[in-house]
Design a protein around this ligand. Structure first.
Ligand SMILES: Nc1ncnc2c1ncn2[C@@H]1O[C@H](COP(=O)(O)OP(=O)(O)OP(=O)(O)O)[C@@H](O)[C@H]1O
Ligand SMILES: [Mg+2]
Length: 293
């Protein structure tokens, strides 16, 4: 007689599938249990894929927004390479050729080439349409990379960056580019908020720290006007924006990404002074509970 059992097929596991098929053939279980579970798994996969697509579209939009800064960033090492090459030629043509200068300039040129390659690598990573990954990573280098990515934008807007990152935090599991995207989004919001005011000190403070239960916390603070009282309830709503050229997608996408990493993101205005403070908590590879309740 056929019997309905609860079958937990977590993924497309061929071993599990063939075991289930023989049980089904022998009439020991009904197919319904398996189909239901597979639908749930397919639904989760579909959800992850859609989230990846949305995050990718938003990254392209950030790249568009930062196009002028990115062009400037790339042009800097190219300009340096150009002038180093001219100087190298002059030293080679001098009599006798100054090989010591040539050696030093060549080393400087190689360093600029590497700098240009790193910038292009970062842009390509942001532009790539890759499936969301689940890799172990340290969060501090992600924060540092976000600052490198925004280096020119921060300089252009006179923003002083202060990083207070705790060493030896446990690793977290997730998608590196998506987490980079979250930090970039929050930093861009902070830059834009500080641009709106007449404040003299434009400071972006990013901290990482360890919480109880091996959770990792990241805070992003600015010295702008803070979140307006009338925006507090709606800041994470899709298409909510107070900016003339804003889309209102930055914060909802941050929340989508952090939720997918089983973390939490929220904000508050700083109590010590003006400015907004965004707080992210993420489970680390050492956390017992995979989800904050
Ligand atoms: N650091 C901040 N300080 C003050 N207000 C902020 C800050 N970050 C976000 N906000 C408020 O939250 C709103 C929503 O932010 P969100 O990033 O979702 O959209 P946006 O920045 O307006 O547009 P975009 O889609 O280009 O990111 C902003 O329009 C702004 O009013
Ligand atoms: Mg934004």
């Amino acid at each position: 007689m056929s019997e309905t059992i609860t079958c937990h097929v977590i993924d497309d596991d061929p071993g599990q599938r063939s075991a289930m098929s023989s049980l089904i053939r022998e009439g020991e279980v009904t197919l319904i249990g398996l189909t239901e579970v597979n639908d749930r798994v397919d639904g989760q996969k579909m959800k992850a894929r859609l989230q990846g697509e949305i995050a990718h579209a938003a990254r392209i939009s950030i790249l568009g927004e930062l196009a002028a800064s990115i062009a400037h960033e790339v042009s800097q090492p190219l300009t340096a390479i150009g002038s180093n090459t001219e100087a190298t030629q002059l030293w080679l043509e001098s009599l006798p050729p100054n090989l010591e200068e040539v050696r030093e300039l060549t080393a400087r040129t190689a360093a600029e080439v590497q700098r240009a390659a790193d910038i292009i690598h970062r842009i390509r990573a942001m532009a790539a349409r890759s499936a969301p990954e689940q890799v172990r990573m340290a969060i501090n280098p992600v924060i540092e990379e976000a600052m490198l990515f925004l280096r020119h934008e921060l300089q252009r807007n006179d923003v002083v960056v202060s990083l207070q990152l705790v060493d030896h935090l446990p690793e977290i599991l997730g998608d590196r580019v998506q987490l980079l995207q979250v930090i970039v989004n929050l930093a861009v919001n902070a830059i834009q908020a500080m641009n709106d005011t007449q404040i003299t000190v434009r400071q972006l403070l990013i901290r990482s720290s360890l919480m109880t239960g091996h959770w990792v916390q990241i805070t992003v603070e600015d010295t702008g006007p803070g979140i307006a009282p009338e925006s507090r309830e709606r800041a994470f709503e899709r298409f909510f924006t107070t900016k003339s050229a804003g889309m209102g997608m930055g914060l909802p996408i941050c929340r989508m990404i952090i939720d997918a990493h089983r973390g939490r993101i929220d904000f508050d205005n700083r109590s010590d002074s003006c400015g907004a403070q965004f707080k992210i908590v993420l489970p680390s590879c050492l956390s017992e509970s995979p989800r904050i309740e």
